[in-house]
Design a protein around this ligand. Structure first.
Ligand SMILES: C[S@@+](CC[C@H](N)C(=O)[O-])C[C@H]1O[C@@H](n2cnc3c(N)ncnc32)[C@H](O)[C@@H]1O
Length: 235
């Protein structure tokens, strides 16, 4: 789920949505704590093998990934986001990490246009905003720009097999309305509206098909917490 605007970078609106996303993720309703503990361990394992280059697609303010990098600092970090204000915040969260690049760009174009290869391409709760054709393009571009032994780590919401988008939304919105009890009702309504407009998750099988067509491995499910998954695809 994302509460940030994807195409509209109106700073005031973005800040409002971002503040809301930050508040919700702080309450751990989307299991950020558990998920990013896994990500830390995955990055530590890669770091033990030697220097690695990391690309973060839809990095937002990097608030959750930045702490993971402390024990597994990459040789370079490149974050991409459509929101200039999120990138501004990311600069301070990533303070102290060397060789960082923050790019105000669409993530699909960023990975398609780069001349670099990455050992890890990471994306947290951003890919579900893309339509199916763009997700396929993203998988293909990731496959093309992963170094040998590279990994695409995808943290995102996933639909159940056979579940339509409408059924997924009904279930997710119901969960938000009944379990996200500490969110102010007005903010909850705003968050629900964002999910209804911007969330287009795929099933695991659909993601697997996209990965296969791109020449990547089957998805490895590292763990899942309700709809929120940590997946790994390798070259
Ligand atoms: C829910 S936030 C996730 C932020 C962070 N990755 C995390 O895991 O907490 C989704 C982010 O993806 C960005 N985003 C959405 N669509 C994008 C696109 N096509 N290109 C670049 N960034 C995008 C949004 O601006 C937002 O910052």
């Amino acid at each position: 789920m994302s509460l940030s605007l994807t195409q509209d970078d109106n700073t005031a609106l973005f800040r409002k949505a971002w503040t809301l996303y930050d508040a919700i993720s702080e309450k751990n309703y989307m299991f950020h704590r558990e998920i990013y503990s896994h990500v830390t361990r995955m990055l530590q394992k890669r770091h033990e093998l030697g220097a690695y280059h990391l690309l973060d697609l839809g990095c937002g303010n990097a608030r959750f990934l930045a702490p993971c990098l402390q024990s597994a600092p990459p040789a370079s970090y490149d974050g991409v986001d459509l929101s200039a204000s999120a990138l501004e915040e990311a600069r301070s969260y990533l303070n102290g990490l060397s060789n960082t690049g923050l790019h105000h760009k669409d993530m699909l174009l960023a990975v398609e246009d780069t001349d670099s290869a990455f050992d890890i391409i990471f994306s947290g709760f951003a890919v579900h905003h893309l339509d199916a054709a763009s997700k396929q393009r993203l998988f293909s571009a990731c496959a093309e720009h992963l170094a040998p032994e590279g990994q695409f780590i995808l943290v995102d919401v996933v639909r159940e097999e056979g579940q339509t988008r409408e059924q997924y939304l009904e279930a997710y919105l119901n969960c938000m309305r009944t379990q996200w009890t500490e969110v102010h009702p007005e903010h909850l309504a705003e968050a629900c509206a964002h999910v209804e407009s911007y969330d287009f998750p795929e099933t695991l099988a659909e993601l697997g098909q996209m990965a296969k067509r791109a020449g990547l491995s089957e998805p490895q499910v590292i763990d899942s917490y309700q709809q929120h998954h940590i997946l790994r695809f390798t070259v």
